[in-house]
Design a protein around this ligand. Structure first.
Ligand code: IPM
Ligand code: MG
Length: 361
């Protein structure tokens, strides 16, 4: 049996990190008979350059036909002056919307080998294991009306933060379901002291909890407090469920608990499709220098194995291989503090693939 993976490297460091993740998929094919076929397509700035569209039709067809999508990153200064719909970010938002990938899972787990790589004290971050469940196809990212207008001599711009009950209900369910497989605690984050959209969010989350998930512990927290608590006492969190914008911000913050944003994978899942991508961006400042950390993308492959390809056994193997390279002291530049030796992106990918082969022997 073959599984089809649509591979969308994108921009900046995207092609470099994805190349290393594909090495890992190759190793899984060779050693464990995964039977995955990878096919590449353009997205983001690369889509604009190659096909005049940040989400080209050919990419769309490939993604829809695939069992899973693996994405690198999009964006860069080269495309910043384009009209909004042609910018790389528009391509990413369109593929998320087109595939209805409403549930975005962003695990922030502290690897004990990297305790010293975080800017926070080891005793604060030790044992941190948080799952941010971010709503991905609604909220202020997609709400209408949006746009620009001119009011006399002054320009104004506006966006709309809007959620419907059904959108909140489906993401709440995903968070509660995830919590049942973890420590059984959900923290719902919003700004209900100010925003109506958050009042609705809180009501629906409470209702879903009472009716379907009363075995899970539920807490509500305002987003400003949540931002503070994440730094003050991150171990208090198990699953955080939140809307699109707050989830974007809090998941970047949570990543710094783990030492580097270069470590965080993600899964974006809908009813029929799923896409896997590192949470970090395209890092144009280090693109093409073979310095990026491919581990977030490699760990995204592990999430793909678990959630889309029904191979939790191989997901474990990939995660073990990553643990081994960290145990062996390999660090890319983002993780090598205090002048420690840093390995290249390709060396890191090779090392993970090699450890994976050893696990298969
Ligand atoms: C992310 C990114 C994207 C987002 C950008 C690139 C549009 O920051 O995946 O977190 O805001 O969702
Ligand atoms: Mg982000």
């Amino acid at each position: 049996m073959t599984v089809k993976i649509a591979v969308l490297p994108g921009d900046g460091i995207g092609p470099e990190i994805v190349r290393e993740a594909v090495k890992v998929i190759d190793a899984l094919n060779e050693v464990f008979g995964l039977g995955a076929e990878c096919e590449e397509a353009l997205i983001g700035g690369a889509g604009f350059d190659g096909a005049g569209d940040p989400y080209p039709e050919q990419t769309r067809r490939l993604a829809k036909a695939a069992d899973a999508v693996l994405l690198g990153a999009v964006g860069g200064p080269k495309w910043e002056s384009l009209d909004k719909p042609l910018r790389p970010e528009a391509g990413l938002l369109r593929i998320r919307e087109d595939l209805s990938l409403f549930a975005n899972y962003r695990p922030a787990k502290v690897h004990r080998q990297l305790l010293d790589a975080s800017t926070l004290k080891p005793e604060v971050i030790e044992g941190v294991d948080i799952l941010v469940v971010r709503e991905l196809v609604g909220g202020i990212y997609f709400g209408r009306p949006r746009g620009w207008e001119k009011d006399g001599r002054e320009r104004r711009a506006f966006n709309t933060m809007v959620y419907g009950e059904s959108e909140v209900r489906r993401i709440a369910r995903k968070a509660f379901e995830a919590a049942r497989l973890r420590q059984g605690r959900v923290c719902s984050v919003e700004k209900a002291n100010v925003l109506e959209v958050s009042e609705l969010w809180r009501q629906i989350v409470t209702e879903v909890h009472e009716r379907e998930f009363s075995d899970v512990a539920l807490e509500h927290m305002y987003v400003d407090n949540a931002a503070m608590q994440l730094i003050r006492h991150p171990r208090q969190f198990d699953v955080i469920v939140t809307g699109n914008l707050f989830g974007d911000i809090l998941s970047d913050e949570a990543s710094m608990l783990t030492g580097s944003i270069g470590m965080l994978p993600s899964a974006s899942i809908g009813e029929h499709h799923a896409m896997y991508e590192p949470i970090h961006g395209s890092a144009p400042d280090i693109a093409g220098q073979n310095r990026a950390n491919p581990l977030a993308t490699i760990l995204s492959v592990a999430m793909m194995l678990r959630y889309s390809l029904e191979r939790p056994d191989l997901a474990d193997k990939v995660e073990q291989a990553v643990e081994r390279v960290l145990d062996d002291g390999l660090r890319t530049a983002d993780l090598a503090f205090d002048g420690g030796h840093a390995v290249s992106c390709t060396a890191m990918g090779d090392a993970v693939a090699q450890r994976l082969r050893m696990l298969g022997e």
